[in-house]
Design a protein around this ligand. Structure first.
Ligand SMILES: *[C@@H]1O[C@H](CO)[C@@H](O)[C@H](O)[C@H]1NC(C)=O
Ligand SMILES: *[C@@H]1O[C@H](CO)[C@@H](O)[C@H](O)[C@H]1NC(C)=O
Ligand SMILES: *[C@@H]1O[C@H](CO)[C@@H](O)[C@H](O)[C@H]1NC(C)=O
Ligand SMILES: *[C@@H]1O[C@H](CO)[C@@H](O)[C@H](O)[C@H]1NC(C)=O
Ligand SMILES: *[C@@H]1O[C@H](CO)[C@@H](O)[C@H](O)[C@H]1NC(C)=O
Ligand SMILES: *[C@@H]1O[C@H](CO)[C@@H](O)[C@H](O)[C@H]1NC(C)=O
Ligand SMILES: *[C@@H]1O[C@H](CO)[C@@H](O)[C@H](O)[C@H]1NC(C)=O
Ligand SMILES: *[C@@H]1O[C@H](CO)[C@@H](O)[C@H](O)[C@H]1NC(C)=O
Ligand SMILES: *[C@@H]1O[C@H](CO)[C@@H](O)[C@H](O)[C@H]1NC(C)=O
Length: 530
């Protein structure tokens, strides 16, 4: 009894020492179950090291460093796997422990999933007020530091060495390594470059931005200095030069009043932000500078989708890229604007276009008009001179054509997937081919089929025996021809493939007798028909 309460008091004292001094002694641990109130804090309490729950999945945590005094608790570092590829996701009951060997993250089953093990014995750890978590040997020399293994963010006093990279996270809420990387290329001058990645691999596509320094000096590191300015260190001798370009010129910065960070954002923009230190000031991160100016047009690669996903288009709004789906397309992942769009329906090629129904393509597809948008790398045909009507007709009759662009008597046909979409002036007309709304989207599909019973209805109809169905219905028998027509329309309505279903307009025409109702195929798999 007495010994356990003594232990309790000692732990409290110990905890307070940790909180006060930022020092983390050996055999200290944090677990995902009880750490919420006691991450390892820096001396000022401005930065914290510990577990952060993933917003999307409550039983998963990441080992991270974050700003601890601001409401947003913005994460500046997180533990990645050995290839710096994937976020280390710790489940409930996982534990991080500091020993003389370093840091070890183990699951509740005792499996080690991440380590920071320097070559020398560790005396203690320290969460520094710069946001750097360090492991220190008995000579007070830093033997491991989080600053050497940045994820997507650099803090003042942190520099990126020649072998270092910043990799964006996947989306606003998903910290897995994403689609963009900052790195030093390996040509003679070691330029700092930004490239899209062939996600999920680390293959780099052609760069979309390059940090140039005067006189083609060779870079040796990218420095985010204490004042919040960004330099390139050249010649391996500590000479710091400002990169070329107006975005990099010196700004009026005040690190005493503001936090600064530079982050390679999940949409590929390399952005410097500021946040007031004063908790009474208006909270939130403000953009200080960013490159490239317009990422929507800066990325221009044969491969890859651009900053937005496939089949969407990008425009800069309030200094940020935003992505939109064309009419008839919707987000693949409704929670990720940058994840690309998909067609609501599929284009049917050849005789699938309403087989047996004598459907005109005009009744299946329509065009919606967008202005000043382009997918410059999705062309497969260019026709000239050509009229706008011919352009639209050509796209309509071509099942590979998803979009036609018409401008100056020229018609470009584009195929899926549409990539590198961007808003762009130029006066061109963008004709986006979409499926005419099928019955199902008007809510009429179910009402067509609600009275039909698979076994008792469809089989006899398919055998041409309407009388089996209606033997108890005298009124129906009086007009068996009309009933047959209605049932055939109903079966067209419940075709498994939406593109087989007639449009509302066609149903009206069939009901009015303008169009003959052809015999429908079975809406169900053939095996279910005797
Ligand atoms: C952390 O602990 C070490 C070793 O005990 C000590 O030398 C150092 O001054 C401490 N640092 C702080 C910030 O308290
Ligand atoms: C930056 O580094 C210098 C020198 O190492 C140090 O004196 C200074 O306190 C650091 N600044 C911050 C904000 O950590
Ligand atoms: C630590 O300090 C001792 C004594 O000052 C020295 O002999 C030793 O080489 C140092 N070790 C390291 C790893 O720097
Ligand atoms: C980069 O190189 C430095 C110096 O050669 C080294 O200390 C560091 O561990 C390397 N970082 C990575 C991430 O490989
Ligand atoms: C993040 O995205 C990856 C890849 O799509 C997925 O496997 C992972 O489950 C996501 N993580 C979270 C926490 O949603
Ligand atoms: C670049 O070269 C020019 C002329 O050779 C020189 O005047 C200038 O100082 C150099 N700039 C730097 C940053 O080295
Ligand atoms: C670094 O090297 C360059 C070129 O060799 C030289 O001009 C410059 O003076 C050197 N700077 C320092 C601080 O040594
Ligand atoms: C496409 O599908 C989405 C989601 O299902 C829907 O919100 C949207 O209205 C549809 N658009 C068209 C043109 O059918
Ligand atoms: C229109 O196309 C013609 C023929 O290719 C070309 O000579 C002319 O410059 C174009 N005009 C504009 C405004 O693009």
């Amino acid at each position: 009894m007495a010994s356990s309460s003594t232990l309790y008091i000692v732990s409290i004292l110990f905890l307070q020492l940790v909180l006060v001094f930022g020092n983390v002694t050996r055999s200290s641990t944090l677990t995902t179950t009880n750490n919420n109130n006691n991450p390892w804090l820096s001396q000022s309490g401005e930065f914290a090291f510990g577990f952060q729950q993933l917003k999307t999945t409550t039983n998963l945590f990441m080992l991270a460093i974050w700003y601890n005094k601001i409401p947003e608790k913005t994460i500046v570092w997180s533990a990645k796997d050995i290839n710096n590829n994937n976020l280390v996701q710790a489940s409930t009951g996982s534990q991080i422990q500091l020993t003389s060997g370093g840091l070890t993250l183990t699951t509740s089953q005792g499996e080690s999933i991440w380590t920071a093990q320097p070559n020398e014995a560790v005396s203690y750890g320290n969460m520094l007020d710069s946001g750097n978590f360090v492991l220190v040997n008995k000579n007070s020399t830093i033997v491991w530091e989080s600053f050497m293994f940045p994820t997507d963010t650099l803090l003042p006093n942190q520099s990126l060495e020649l072998n270092g990279t910043l990799t964006s996270r996947l989306s606003e809420t998903n910290y897995t390594s994403g689609r963009f990387q900052l790195y030093f290329n390996d040509d003679d001058n070691n330029h700092v470059m930004l490239s899209p990645l062939a996600w999920p691999t680390q293959l780099r596509y052609k760069f979309y931005y390059r940090i140039d320094v005067p006189n083609s000096s060779a870079s040796s590191s990218l420095v985010f200095d204490e004042s919040g300015e960004i330099y390139v260190e050249t010649n391996n001798n500590g000479t710091r030069v400002k990169p070329e370009g107006t975005q990099w010129k010196n700004l009026v910065l005040d690190p005493k009043l503001y936090y600064y960070r530079v982050t390679l954002d999940y949409h590929g923009v390399f952005t410097q932000y500021s946040h007031p230190r004063d908790t009474k000031a208006k909270q939130g991160w403000t953009i200080v500078r960013y490159v490239p100016d317009n990422i929507c047009i800066a990325i221009f690669n044969e491969m890859g989708s651009g900053t937005c996903g496939y089949n969407s288009y990008c425009s800069m709004e309030n200094q940020r890229p935003t992505c939109k789906c064309p009419y008839g397309y919707s987000l693949i992942d409704s929670s990720n604007e940058f994840g690309g769009c998909q067609l609501n329906f599929t284009f049917a090629c050849g005789t699938d276009n309403g087989e047996g129904l004598n459907v005109k393509l005009e009744d299946l597809y329509e065009f919606t008009v967008l202005k000043d948008v382009d997918w410059p790398l999705s062309d497969y045909e260019k026709m000239q001179p050509y009229g706008q009507q011919d352009c639209q007709q050509s796209c309509l009759h071509d099942c590979m054509c998803a979009v036609a662009i018409f401008n100056n008597k020229t018609c470009w046909k584009k195929r899926l997937p549409l990539s590198n979409g961007r808003a762009q002036s130029g006066g061109q007309l963008v004709l986006v081919k979409t499926r005419v709304s099928p019955l199902s989207s008007l809510g009429l599909g179910p009402s067509c089929s609600s009275d039909l019973n698979k076994d008792d209805g469809v089989k006899p109809i398919l055998r041409g025996r309407i009388d089996v169905l209606v033997e108890n219905d005298h009124e129906a028998l009086e007009d068996i021809g009309r009933l047959e027509k209605w049932i055939k329309i109903a079966i067209w309505c419940i075709q498994e493939h939406p593109e087989m279903r007639p449009t509302m307009r066609m149903v009206m025409q069939m009901l009015e007798g303008v169009v003959q109702v052809p015999n429908p195929p079975s809406p169900f798999s053939f095996s279910s028909i005797a």
